[in-house]
Design a protein around this ligand. Sequence first.
Ligand code: KE4
Length: 431
Amino acid sequence: MSSSAELRERAARVMPGGVSSPVRAYTAVGGEPPMIASAEGAHLLDADGGRYVDFVLAYGPHILGHNPPEVVEALRRQLDRGVAYGHTAALEVELAERLCAALPSVEMVRFVNSGTEATMSALRLARAATGRDLVVKFAGGYHGHADALLAAAGSGVATLGLPGSAGVPRGAVADTLVLPYNSAGAVLEAFATHGERIAAVIVEPVAGNMGCVAPVPGFLQELRRVTRERGAVLVFDEVMTGFRVAYGGAQLLYGVEPDLTCLGKVIGGGLPVGAYGGARALMEQVAPLGPVYQAGTLSGNPLAMAAGIAVLDRLRSGDAYTRLEVLGGRLGDGLRTAAVAASVPCAVNRVGSMLTVFLGVERVDDYDDARRSDVAAFARVHRAWRDAGVLWPPSQFEAAFLSTAHEVADIDRAVSAFAGAIRGGGLAGEC
Ligand code: KE4
């Protein structure tokens, strides 16, 4: 098989940046990205035989680690039955029933093939349902790459420093208001000025795309109050948090029920999937029942459904979230302790098994705070992790993830390499 170097060279010839998604190019942290040959549990293996503890987990889906037996078995079983029918099958119904049972605010759901499709469709539905055009999002929030939402987005766009994106026409973002995350005041002001025109507020209830940033107490509750009072649709983008921070998502964890929920990642067990859902009265406006058109050739794909059902059944029945909280706590505390010992200012933001470490700052509550962190120091730490056989998301503006397949030794390896980097790398007190 080709070596990583050979694969990178071949990839660069036929794929922009040699990647299928920008963050994978490692632009923000430097170095050549590994070319992966296989995965097992909490580990990735590259084309040169290198083995890494994986804290990327495909940016969230692999909450049970790579290739958990129940998912492999479900996929093997389904393969013998076919991979796409172009008709409704039992698996879609079974996963849809599980989503509706798990998420307090969801009575009906529509499957799509990515988080981008989920948020794009949810906003179309919100605009149709309200007859309004304005959409509020938050700086550093990333909801996929639909034109209307690529305005001061987080994740890849933030990492690449692109204020939006080339190719997005002015008209596409003219109705997108971008506010500071965690600022209820800014939201109230926006409603005071534009209230009658606001169709929806879309929010990552726990932000993951400016790095992990939790909602400050009362923020989500205030979004719920003002949107209900002013007749706007509250959209929780739970593509990352859905079934990650709790079986019922962030809406269960924080006790705030949105009007629409967007899902992805975990619910497909690593296969292409997305979904959006909410109250029946809203969802019945979606074609073929209602006037809001949305479609997809491979939506409800039986393989993705089979994998998603296997993952959710394991999450619902076992002690996964207890284990994830213990592992997450060990990692977060370990990183904080190491930073204190090295006298390096550091903010470790964690919600369950998603977390981000910011260097050179003491607190990160929004995108401006995140951008004040020392991204050069982060890049140095990222390289030290890699040298220690630890793969961390290659961007300050991403969340790292844990799985039930991670062991204490994996956590301690990441903490030890971090401690060495901030101590040995002369970061102490330098940030
Ligand atoms: P996809 O279209 O990539 O499936 O989902 C878009 C999306 C929507 N909403 C949230 C909260 C998301 O985190 C995402 C995608 N997340 C990024 C990582 N931060 C995907 C990784 C990538 O772009 O390569």
